[in-house]
Design a protein around this ligand. Structure first.
Ligand SMILES: Cc1cc2nc3c(=O)[nH]c(=O)nc-3n(C[C@H](O)[C@H](O)[C@H](O)COP(=O)(O)OP(=O)(O)OC[C@H]3O[C@@H](n4cnc5c(N)ncnc54)[C@H](O)[C@@H]3O)c2cc1C
Length: 383
């Protein structure tokens, strides 16, 4: 596939942006359509494991992203009630072990690096360009414009419009809600930022890690909860919600709740998708990232999968004589892994938020590292 191959990527999130850069660098003519009035990301953090960083290496920005983020040397899993360490997690060895760093980063900082790469690669970037429909080889924008391409890539997230070409079933509520806050890493938050980790208990879990040079601490509180299904990422919440949900949890947790209450707190319902049997229609439309396989966040691998998809899709198209062949090779290379991660992510919620959190340190661990997810290399995997 070369410069005559026209690609439309719908959605300028982490996955769509990376796919657009990779394909433009490979010589394809790429237009990226983003619904929001401006390209950007929300004020929250994201963890990029070594397999995710290898995707960023493929497009040449791994070290820039590592510098814009933080490489933790250690993490810990802690008991909900007394805060004791159930399991320490070593992270100082990630580059040596996997050939790429493990990074925590503010999403806006990651997005800024992707944006620079997209501009340098010559991607045509259209914002305020919400796609409302798609048929044949075209997409229709909210203002009535119709754009055509040889390949249409739906990277438009969990509520994907492009996915409706595959199925009409909407995303489902997973039974989990989350609250997020970005708080200054000062006072009693300093030791929590210096030694990040998660507190686990039955049906609940809190994760924390520093971003932006260690000046901010990213907090996400998870709970199983019915009756709240609004999935917007910017719905304000009241801190009393957290106080009630985490009553009886340890002092560190109460301090994080107090810090979250001093700033801006948001709540959303976690929705996901079941696996699709195929990701190609009419030999020219495909999906990636959350549009293809939105999952629960309990392995921290949704963005990682979107990044891997992006690179493998680009490589598969580049290596093929026809679009149809390229898309087939992409799906063959990616479907099994993402379905496995979706299933393990759900199972991890049961393991980590189960009734046995007292004995968690002794239980058999199946986390993202022990499952072998970090060894995957999207730059070289067979396509
Ligand atoms: C609490 C929580 C924590 C997480 N933490 C991690 C983590 O630490 N590590 C990790 O790997 N993953 C994590 N994830 C998952 C990760 O955030 C997602 O999997 C990832 O953002 C998916 O990227 P994407 O590009 O596929 O979709 P999105 O990030 O949803 O991007 C979709 C883009 O498409 C645009 N769009 C939508 N509809 C249209 C349309 N009709 N027309 C044009 N544009 C459109 C949107 O505006 C958006 O910019 C977490 C998720 C949650 C909920």
């Amino acid at each position: 596939m070369g410069p005559s191959t026209k690609i439309i990527v719908v959605g300028g999130g982490i996955g769509g942006m990376t796919a657009a850069v990779a394909m433009a660098q490979a010589g394809m003519a790429v237009t990226l359509l983003e619904a929001a009035p401006q390209f950007g990301e929300i004020g929250a953090g994201v963890t990029l494991s070594p397999n995710a960083m290898k995707a960023l290496d493929h497009i040449g920005i791994c070290e820039d992203v590592a510098r814009a983020g933080i490489e933790p040397t250690r993490q810990r899993i802690q008991h909900w009630q007394d805060g004791r360490i159930l399991r320490p997690v070593e992270r100082a060895d990630q580059r040596a072990k996997y050939g790429a760093p493990y990074v925590t980063i503010h999403r806006a900082d990651l997005h800024a690096e992707l944006m620079k790469a997209a501009q340098a690669a010559g991607v045509i970037l259209l914002q305020d360009a919400a796609v409302t429909d798609s048929e044949g080889n075209s997409v229709i924008l909210h203002d009535g414009r119709r754009l055509e391409a040889d390949v249409i890539v739906g990277a438009d997230g969990v509520k994907s419009v492009i996915r409706s070409r595959f199925e009409t079933t909407p995303p489902h509520f997973t039974g989990h809600v989350a609250w997020r806050a970005l708080v200054p890493a000062e006072g009693d938050m300093i030791p929590l930022a210096e030694y990040p980790g998660i507190h686990i208990g039955a049906g609940r879990m809190i994760t924390r890690y520093p971003v932006r040079g260690g000046t901010l601490l990213n907090l996400v509180f998870f709970a199983r909860q019915d009756g709240w299904t609004d999935e917007g990422w910017t719905i304000p919440a009241d801190v009393s919600d957290l106080t009630a949900t985490y009553e009886g949890w340890c002092e560190e947790v109460q301090a994080m709740i107090a810090a979250a209450g001093r700033g801006r707190l948001f709540k959303w319902a976690i929705n996901a998708r079941g696996p699709l049997t195929d990701w190609v229609v009419e030999d020219r439309v495909t999906l990636l990232g959350d549009a293809a396989h939105a999952m629960t966040p309990f392995l921290g691998h949704g963005a990682a999968c979107a990044l891997e998809d992006a690179v493998v899709l680009s490589r598969a198209l580049e290596a093929s004589d026809t679009v149809a062949q390229g898309l087939r090779r992409y799906v063959a290379a990616r479907h099994e892994r993402t379905s496995f991660i979706q299933a393990e992510s759900n199972a991890n919620a049961d393991r980590m938020q189960g009734q046995d959190s007292d004995t968690f340190g002794l239980a058999t661990l199946r986390d993202e590292e022990s499952l072998g997810l970090f060894t995957y290399d999207c730059r070289t995997v067979a396509i």
